[in-house]
Ligand binder design. Sequence first.
Ligand code: GTP
Ligand code: MG
Length: 148
Amino acid sequence: MEQTFIMIKPDGVQRGLVGEIIGRFEKKGFTLKGLKFITVDRAFAERHYADLSAKPFFNGLVEYIISGPIVAMVWEGKNVVTTGRKIIGATNPADSAPGTIRGDYAIDIGRNVIHGSDAVESARKEIALWFPEGIAEWSSSLNPWIYE
Ligand code: GTP
Ligand code: MG
């Protein structure tokens, strides 16, 4: 089954949105396969966002990600990468639809609360980076009530 890497960024933790965000993925029917509450250092944040290293906002983005603890998660389900991005909403909260996480809880692009992998291949790389120890092996007994 498809998996994606989801991170509640430091602002999401500070603002008390952890339960709300996890609840949205749970209630959708996705399965939580990995979760940890950690603060990452600069080198790690730079690896996670390596593709953006040439962007003018890169240093500010890294400072933001290392500014406090984050919640790193792996979620599993059919089309979870694409659907997870829809649940999260557009990168710039000014453009995120109401009902999405960023549309409901964020204002500035540099404080947009949550990260989600943008493709199956980047999800695979991000899960390997953030969870080198592996993730839980289980499947929800609710799946026959979620999948036809
Ligand atoms: P992530 O899920 O965090 O990867 O966001 P995304 O895939 O929607 O956007 P992208 O990967 O292009 O950018 C990563 C993060 O960099 C965004 O979530 C923002 O926090 C930040 N970012 C992107 N563009 C800008 C920008 O123009 N200005 C600032 N300040 N931050 C930006
Ligand atoms: Mg991205």
